[in-house]
Design a protein around this ligand. Structure first.
Ligand code: HEM
Length: 465
């Protein structure tokens, strides 16, 4: 962000105050600066693309930040081969290990094929749909019931993290940590993943040598990351010892479609990566969805009407709910930025000439809030924008709606994510009233995942008692 502030000055003469803010946010990582909102503002003022090359001597990086749909299509699809994630991405996300998520080129193609065979198979989806409904009925609903009966205040973000975490563990390795049973305390694994995301965000912002220095000194977010890494490894080891007790043969289990190397470390990396891809994203959308719906009671009423006409199980018929989730994903995409590295020099459709090794940052969150992309009402929560006059979900060009990424590297779990989100949201809206605490501050964290900084505190009332 520091670099963005510098560049914004050179591009449009924005005040020096911005540069100062950028500098301060690096020097004092806990400074209250809403970086994602600032990014949208700066991009809107700079024709959707900011190119920073003149400061590479200072930052050690050549960076281009864009929310221009034409550039996005070029980077993510038309000239995909020139834009791998790159070695820095792998380094920033080192806690996830070596998997599909960090792979590039031939290695990525191979891993992607294996994962797609598995995640797109109808048997996988059928099995997961059963697991999702089971977890809702036997895990989530009893907690909602207790919270409602005892008139407790609950953190919905924490609740959704635990709920999706249990599903993600079951999906990845057939293990249920029963995180929801610890409803009164924060789940350590979820907290660790949040710390990983914050540290990764800081690494993306900082000059390479600076975050490495922080790691060496064991300070700041790097200190938190170290502890988070230990927690993740400890929880995984606990899971494996339980599986070992049950006579689990990981070498037999660990072959395609779960990845290509049959080692314990390979298994750990794949399981943790899949959980990461599933839990943080899906629980974040659910949290922002309930926040948005609470602020727009007419939308909640429409969803409720829609559900009352059919069974909540008929998820495909819940068009308005689907639209409300898409609207949440537009305004609060769990991954606010995507990052690629130019393998060779290139010219983007916007006319920007970039050098080899330029880090191209796709500003997903900013794109959802651009007047030029979504119209004058871009800041409003309007599920209607997703529905055609025939009452179907509108197809939006993939390079305009990037919450699930786009092109050959598009998310492989989109369908499952919608199943989890729709089943969970439909069950809650049909049976409960959610009352977000008045004046609760709903702020995003400065992180690679759009977590809420203070959680989402709410009361829950059963509608039928
Ligand atoms: C609302 C929920 C979700 C959102 C918004 C989401 C979003 C994304 C995004 C933006 C990427 C691209 C990341 C990048 O290129 O840097 C991605 C990749 C991926 N996602 Fe998801 N995701 C969600 C849920 C899931 C779930 C539930 C699964 C697993 C079942 C999953 C599996 C994957 C995989 C395997 C990739 C890697 C694709 C590749 O690199 O080829 N995602 N997701």
């Amino acid at each position: 962000m520091i670099i963005l502030f510098f560049a914004s000055k050179s591009c449009s003469g924005l005040p020096h105050k911005r540069i100062l803010l950028g500098l301060l946010s690096i020097l004092f990582p806990n400074l209250e600066v809403r970086l994602h909102d600032k990014m949208a503002e700066i991009l809107e003022q700079n024709k959707k693309t900011v190119h920073i090359h003149q400061y590479s001597w200072l930052t050690g990086a050549k960076i281009l930040v864009t929310s221009d749909p034409a550039n996005v299509r070029h980077v993510m699809s038309t000239n995909f081969a020139n834009y791998p994630k790159g070695l820095k991405w792998r380094e920033h996300m080192d806690v996830l290990g070596d998997t599909l998520f960090s792979a590039d080129l031939k290695e990525w193609e191979h891993e992607r094929k294996l994962a797609r065979c598995f995640l797109s198979h109808h048997k996988f989806h059928d099995a997961m749909t059963k697991i999702v409904w089971d977890r809702i009925q036997t895990g989530l609903v009893p907690v909602l019931q207790r919270v409602s009966e005892q008139a407790l205040v609950v953190d919905l973000q924490d609740l959704f993290q635990k709920h999706i975490l249990d599903i993600a563990w079951i999906m990845s390795i057939g293990y249920n940590p029963n995180s929801l049973s610890t409803e009164s305390q924060k789940d350590l694994f979820s907290l660790a993943l949040e710390d990983v995301c914050e540290a990764a965000f800081t690494r993306f912002l900082m000059p390479h040598s600076l975050w490495k220095l922080h790691r060496w000194l064991g300070i700041g977010k790097e200190k938190k990351l170290k502890h988070a890494w230990e927690t993740i490894d400890r929880v995984f080891a606990d899971c494996m010892s339980k599986k070992d007790e049950d006579g689990f043969n990981y070498q037999a289990f660990y072959h395609p479609p779960f990845g290509s190397t049959a080692t314990r470390k390979g298994l750990r990396d794949n399981v943790i990566s899949l959980i990461f891809a599933t839990q943080d994203t899906t629980s974040s959308v659910l949290t922002w969805f309930f926040y948005s719906v609470a602020k727009h009671p007419y939308a909640e009423a429409k969803i409720r009407d829609e559900i009352s006409e059919i069974s909540p199980q008929e998820l495909n018929k819940l068009v308005y709910l689907h639209a409300a989730l898409c609207e949440t994903l537009r305004l609060y995409p769990p991954g606010p930025v995507l990052s690629r590295t130019a393998a060779d020099a290139d010219t983007l459709p916007s006319g920007h000439r970039i050098e080899r090794d330029t880090n191209v940052v796709i500003a997903v969150h900013a794109m959802g809030r651009m007047r030029s992309v979504w119209g004058d009402d871009c800041h409003e929560f309007k599920p209607e924008r997703w529905i055609t006059e025939h009452g179907e979900i509108k197809r939006v060009p993939y390079y305009q709606f990037l919450a699930f990424s786009a092109g050959p590297r598009i998310c492989l779990g989109k369908e499952l994510a919608f199943t989890m989100m729709k089943a969970t949201a439909a069950t809650i809206i049909h049976n409960y009233e959610i009352r977000i605490l008045k004046d609760h501050p709903a702020e995003p964290k400065n992180s690679i995942v759009f977590h809420m900084k203070h959680g989402l505190m709410a009361r829950i009332n059963n509608r039928w008692t």
